[in-house]
Design a protein around this ligand. Structure first.
Ligand code: SAH
Length: 392
């Protein structure tokens, strides 16, 4: 196989468009290119209009307007040692974060200097999720690093581009699904083969913990529950009941499994399979109230064109969540759309509170845990807003 680190060509940017790259921002959009992007997946040298070298980039093929993802800057070399150094730095960082969990994000793309590459750790299993086909030629080198260098027994890859392509085994063998992982004293069931993302929402770990500490004595409504993370944390923290709502039957069976792993009683009415937008209306009509309501929907805004509709979605689901929150109760409401700013999210919540005729006070503006670092040079990559509010 040809050397995946050898540059196959050079692209020039339009005059002035080098400024963000000089500030170590890894994304270059199509509109910034002065020369066409050569076809293929191999790395390219990037230069300013005046010929100044800006670094090496992988081509972005994911369809959007992203043309290049910088992997080195200036004259830094792009080779196996450079890739290994970044992966090792990422692993060393996690080792010192005192996460008290055997599952965490090992490599968080831009936040670890590896734009478009995610690697999650589930115990001894590493799951690699490249967002671009351009990472494919590096998977063999990455698997060696993870297995031989970092001691993972199993390395899996979820191929780029969501199409229902199966998870591939790069090292070891396909583990029995679901895997069991630990967060503090809690256990969760992770489906690395067919689950969402790489199998679990690792970004909510610290928020699950926080909710667990606040849910004692409460009845909890967990909207968009996926594998029941917030419900298990709340029940282990002394909540009297938690109702999970998710559109996916597979997600709810992972949630039931997580209840069993933690010695919690599985009561069928607490697992509602359905569209949360409909279920909340039914619950409002039935006069239900909860001391704690969690709203953690999928990203409603995946591209800029979704913004208006997505913000309406946040406003609508939070309006109903507010109606379902008992006075003095807690609303823990999230958006994982990177394209929605804190300000826009706040406005959607304000609109919902006005429509509901309820007071809403923000207690904590939280985000993803520290295993999801955000590069100061690429703040747009920050995705999760998780706000703890009290509803009057
Ligand atoms: N709170 C979860 C993560 C939620 S991810 C955790 O902490 O692990 C978003 C979830 O919303 C997914 O499980 C998906 O199946 C579900 N979902 C997507 N659209 C939905 C809808 N309209 N109604 C209910 N659930 C939905």
């Amino acid at each position: 196989m040809s050397d995946p680190f050898a540059c196959t060509g050079t692209v020039s940017l339009k005059p002035g468009r080098e400024a963000s790259v000089l500030r170590r921002h890894p994304w270059v959009y199509r509109g910034a290119l002065a020369t066409p992007l050569p076809a293929g997946c191999l790395p390219l040298r990037v230069q300013a209009a005046n010929g100044r070298p800006l670094g090496v980039a992988l081509p972005g093929g994911s369809g959007g307007s992203l043309a290049l993802r910088m992997v080195t800057f200036g004259r830094e070399g792009w080779d196996e040692a450079a890739l290994a150094a970044l992966v090792r730095r990422a692993a060393a960082l996690r080792d010192r974060l005192a996460l008290d969990a055997d599952a965490y994000r090992l490599v968080h793309a831009e936040g670890d200097g590896l734009s478009g590459l995610v690697i999650d750790r589930y115990g001894e299993v590493a799951v690699v999720e490249p967002y671009e086909a351009a990472w494919e030629p590096y998977l063999e080198a990455i698997a060696s690093l993870l297995a031989d260098g970092l001691g993972f027994s199993t390395v899996l890859v979820r191929p780029a581009g969501r199409a229902a392509r199966p998870v591939r085994v790069l090292r070891g063998h396909m583990p029995e699904v679901p895997l069991v992982i630990r967060e503090g004293r809690l256990r969760f069931a992770v489906d690395v083969e067919a689950g969402q993302k790489t199998g679990f929402f690792l970004d909510q770990r610290e928020n699950r913990r926080r909710l667990g500490a606040l849910a004692g004595g409460a009845e909890v409504l967990n909207l968009f529950s996926y594998s029941g993370g917030f419900a298990v944390a709340a029940l282990a923290g002394g909540a009297v009941r938690a109702v999970n709502v998710d559109a996916s039957a597979a997600a709810l069976s992972l949630a039931r499994h997580a209840y069993e792993l933690n010695g919690l009683e599985v009561r069928e009415p607490d697992f509602i399979e359905g569209d949360a937008f409909r279920v909340v209306r039914d619950l409002v009509a039935a006069g239900q109230r909860y001391g704690v309501v969690v709203v953690d929907p999928p990203a409603f805004v995946k591209r800029r064109g979704d913004l208006e509709g997505g913000l309406r979605g946040y406003r609508d689901i939070n309006l109903h969540a507010l109606r379902l929150t008992a006075p003095g109760g807690l609303l823990f409401t999230c958006s994982c759309s990177a394209l929605v700013s804190e300000q826009q999210f706040g406005q959607a919540l304000l609109g919902a509170a006005l429509d509901a005729g309820r007071g809403l006070r923000v207690l904590e503006r939280r985000g993803a845990g520290p295993d999801h670092p955000v590069s100061a040079f690429c703040g747009e990559a920050e995705h999760l807003k998780a706000w703890l509010c009290t509803v009057d």
